[in-house]
Ligand binder design. Sequence first.
Ligand SMILES: Cc1cc2nc3c(=O)[nH]c(=O)nc-3n(C[C@H](O)[C@H](O)[C@H](O)COP(=O)(O)OP(=O)(O)OC[C@H]3O[C@@H](n4cnc5c(N)ncnc54)[C@H](O)[C@@H]3O)c2cc1C
Length: 401
Amino acid sequence: MKEFSKHIVIIGGGIVGLATAYKLARGVPGARVTVLEKEAAIGRHQTGNNSGVLHCGLYYKPGSAKALLAVSGIREMTEFCRAHNIPHEICGKLVVAADESELPRLHDLHERGQKNGLQGLQLLNRKQMLEIEPHVGGVAALKVPQEGIVDYPKVCDALQQEIEKLGGCIATSARVTALDEQSRGWTARTAAGDFEADFLVNCAGLHCDRVSELAGEKREVRIVPFRGEYYKLKPARQFLVRNLIYPVPDPQFPFLGVHFTRLIEGGVEAGPNAVLAFAREGYRKTDINPRDLFDALTFRGLWRFLGKHKRMSWEELRRSFSKRRFCESLQRLVPEIRESDLETGGAGVRAQAMSPDGTLVQDFCFVNRRKALHVLNAPSPAATASLAIGEEIKNLIANEI
Ligand SMILES: Cc1cc2nc3c(=O)[nH]c(=O)nc-3n(C[C@H](O)[C@H](O)[C@H](O)COP(=O)(O)OP(=O)(O)OC[C@H]3O[C@@H](n4cnc5c(N)ncnc54)[C@H](O)[C@@H]3O)c2cc1C
């Protein structure tokens, strides 16, 4: 029987919380981990509603945590998938410049990818890109061979098994409602009882700012939910997309623009867009949560963001309500796509941290204080990078436990 001398509680059973629990259980001698998850099962929010893409670190500012952890994270994630027989495929992707005006940004992206250490990036002319994706539009493309697709819910299941093998535990239906600081650490009060902790890690995704407030932190940076809606390609038209086809992103917004993703379980998704949501777990257009709405409307950062990005916010909203507009965006990538090829798909909600001045926090954000580490921004590519994030958290807190 394994002897434990300390207890680490991780709040949030999404992929970041689970990967962190796994890394801590493996890497901190004498540590027993417990993951507290408010839902009846793990991975129900961002992790279970994302695009299933393995991002290799192309987009992110060189030297940023996102760039470093995506590059090491994709390597670790693919090794983990291989070791646990989790379906995944490194199929590569094309980032497509729809017209000449996008070429400078495509070249900048190429340079950025090289600075981030990506191998095999290749700028393609139209003839070359058609050999890879015969139905793609545009004038040029960047081939990114390292990117892939994966089944993230299966990764979560494997992480759960590993955590349990290491003597850890995952408590579901255990919403954390209060955190009381004690001389030794914390008591987490939950719907499933109290849990004593020598150290807390907050990986609560869409609610991470609120959980940090329960631990006495000021909520300067706040989570603003952006819903991402998908369409699915009808089976008869899936031949139009072989793998992953992305637009050249707008450097101001970390969201990547609507794109095509082949899914590991079969089928092709189109999307997601990025619409301000009226509920942090608002998966339908009509979902409104009064607390979340009040929280958003009383946050001056959101008003500043809307003031600065009126056009973008309005265009996203219009596209959300108009299949025709959504289809027009997709046609910039694959001109043969028709509205009739698209069936309504699912949706996910991104937990995006926003500063009081209305800027979106671009990098991952970890705040380590008073025997607690709070993950306050872990948007895409945090699923890809989750094992690397867990390793980073382990290194940040190992000396304090
Ligand atoms: C539409 C969309 C597409 C994306 N595509 C990709 C992609 O292709 N590749 C990629 O790498 N990333 C992608 N991402 C990002 C990725 O999904 C997230 O970065 C990642 O899942 C974050 O994981 P998490 O564990 O932090 O959050 P979550 O998965 O949201 O988990 C947080 C958990 O905390 C729990 N929780 C919250 N409050 C409490 C509480 N008080 N008590 C107990 N539990 C609590 C929640 O129930 C939830 O299960 C995408 C995200 C979205 C929304």
